[in-house]
Design a protein. Structure first.
Length: 164
């Protein structure tokens, strides 16, 4: 008996339904939470002008954490954009808020060795004693990143807190 040849899968002229639903959901999220998207992208990329435009937009509700658990202040600190960090702090963002991964802005700046950002955050009330989900604080994270100058700065603030 001759073997029947399997028919090759037909290439659809359009994407599968699951792909369309995913795109629709993303577009819906962007339109409903456009300010969240713009704010996060501006913070993540260090686009200070874009960030300023979002912050001064009337009626925008500013949240420390977006709907996905990401924090604009943490994102700006992770890339070392001091100007963006200052704008967000002046706008009232919580210095000690943790993102979905348990990281604060201080931890993000410490990991990458952004001394001036760490200094600014500490001077404005960031708590150097907060621990992430793994039980590490900003000091330990700075040491892990081999940024001893940042680690010493953080340690000096921890000592000030302990002396109180």
């Amino acid at each position: 008996m001759p073997r029947s040849k399997e028919k090759p899968h037909k290439q659809l002229p359009y994407p599968p339904a699951s792909h369309i639903r995913a795109q629709f959901t993303l577009l819906k999220m962007k339109s409903e939470n456009n300010y969240e998207y713009e704010l996060m992208e501006a913070a993540r990329t260090g686009d200070v002008q874009r960030l300023k435009n979002v912050l001064i937009t009337p009626g925008v509700i500013l949240r420390d954490r977006n709907s996905l658990g990401r924090c604009p202040l943490v994102e700006a600190a992770k890339i070392g954009c001091l100007e963006a960090v200052k704008m967000l702090v002046e706008a009232g963002f919580n210095l000690n808020v943790m993102d979905c991964n348990g990281k604060t802005a201080l931890m993000g700046a410490a990991l990458h060795g952004y001394y001036e950002v760490v200094k600014y955050l500490l001077e404005n009330g960031a708590d150097p004693t907060i621990l992430n989900k793994q039980g590490h604080g900003a000091y330990t994270i700075a040491v892990y990143g081999k940024h001893m100058d940042v680690a010493q700065l953080i340690q000096s603030y921890i000592q000030k807190i302990r002396q109180k």
